[in-house]
Design a protein around this ligand. Structure first.
Ligand code: PLP
Length: 397
């Protein structure tokens, strides 16, 4: 029998705060009631601040991040359009596959899993594209499989330096609402997220924001779409309604999670993710293990992908943590299976929870055959959290 709390340290779905869970515990509601728009119109407005956009149009599709990927593509591009994409982890790989299956001509740049979006190579390819054949550039802002955060602003600069008009698509599924993300400032045309990550909700909403330019393109784009048509969605959203049945419980949960983000302050949420992630990274360094991310400038503040030593099967670490300590750690995806486990530090989390993750991972690592000093990772993270606490106190004085 399992006793005590189940610990969830995967990078999504993330822990749902009790207040959000309670906010969803409501009787069913008429989604055509005259006052339904009072709930939803404010959600669209408040989501805009999470995307940091004023001019963007936010839409919520019943679905997940993947459905928002598809909505973004099918509403703004044309069959056979050339698009520029990088593959550097499982999610960027899946996005490439989707674009290919939808009939786009995908120019793929393969870089090592652990690298970020290849800004310099993108710059070179955009410069060479003198006939403007590339219609869109795709960036996976936070590659959840490898724990790598890419330089979206750098890709924007590459577009601007080449006076290139391609649309900029950004997968912000594991970054928006947790990491620095600036839709308007970075000139992002399609920004995508899901409900089950930084927004601390169950899965069920694919959320995206489209720039004015993307909305304009959607008027003439000829890719086939039905369920995900921006025009149907935007027309109904204007009064706060949906073209089909929305998940009303999730919308009430979203109200509560947006209130939580506003109360903590988005900047503070982002700073907390940095602080907690640094703590986890200090722990990993004390174990003598490597992250998949190739360079500190790429480290993700929402997920750490940790390489186990060559003789230690990461699946065994995850199994021990799950079966014996009631703790879910993230698995290594695709080519990283067995070599990597991940600690998700995204969403509703605090120092104590990160120390639990490290403490359980330490025991599971040791039992799976890793040589380390028990307590070393936890102590390193504690020291970091203490130093951060002291620095903040001194700052306040
Ligand atoms: N993109 C990234 C970066 C992700 O982390 C995920 C899921 O973890 C997805 C896309 C797919 O999102 P979903 O599972 O919500 O469809």
């Amino acid at each position: 029998m399992r006793t005590g709390h189940t610990h969830l340290f995967i990078p999504g779905p993330t822990n749902v705060p009790e207040t959000v869970r309670q906010a969803m515990n409501l009787p069913m509601q008429d989604m055509r009631a005259p006052d339904f728009g009072d709930l939803t119109r404010r959600l669209f407005d408040d989501l805009k601040s999470v995307f940091r956009t004023q001019s963007g149009t936010v839409m919520m599709f019943p679905g997940s991040g993947t459905s928002a990927w598809e909505a973004a593509i099918t509403n703004t591009l044309n069959p056979g359009d050339r698009v520029l994409m990088a593959r550097h982890g499982q999610f960027s790989t899946l996005w490439v596959e989707m674009a290919q299956r939808l009939g786009l001509d995908v120019q793929v740049v393969d870089v090592p899993w652990g690298a970020g979006a290849p800004v310099r190579e993108f710059n070179r390819l955009l410069a060479a594209d003198t006939n403007d054949e590339i219609k869109a550039v795709f960036v996976t802002h936070n590659e959840t499989a490898t724990g790598v955060t890419s330089d979206v602003a750098g890709v924007r600069r590459a577009l601007d330096e080449n006076f290139h008009d391609a649309l900029l698509f950004v997968d912000g599924v594991s970054s928006i609402g947790s990491l620095e993300f600036r839709m308007d400032e970075w000139g992002v045309d399609l920004a995508i997220t899901g409900s089950q990550k930084g927004l601390m909700l169950p899965a069920g909403l694919g959320i995206l924001a489209a720039s004015e330019k993307a909305m304009l393109m959607s008027r003439t784009s000829t890719m086939r779409r039905a369920y995900h048509d921006f025009a149907d969605m935007v027309a109904m959203n204007a009064d706060g309604y949906f073209p089909y049945t929305p998940p009303t419980q999730l919308l009430h949960g979203l109200r509560q999670s947006l209130d939580r983000i506003a109360t903590e302050g988005l900047d503070n949420v982002i700073a907390r993710h940095r602080r907690l992630a640094e703590g986890v990274r200090h722990g990993v360094a004390a174990w003598g293990l490597d992250l998949v991310a190739e360079h500190p400038s790429l480290y993700s503040n929402t997920v750490s992908a940790i390489r186990t030593p060559p003789h230690v099967d990461a699946r065994e670490v995850i199994r021990i943590a799950y079966e014996d300590y009631n703790t879910s750690l993230g698995s290594g995806l695709a080519r990283l299976a067995g070599k990597v486990f991940r600690i998700g530090h995204i969403g509703d989390l605090n120092e104590g929870m990160c120390l639990t993750a490290l403490s359980v991972a330490e025991m599971a690592l040791m039992r799976a055959g890793t040589r380390l000093d028990l307590g070393a990772g936890v102590a390193a993270a504690q020291s970091w959290f203490m130093s951060e606490h002291l620095a903040q106190r001194d700052f306040r004085v």
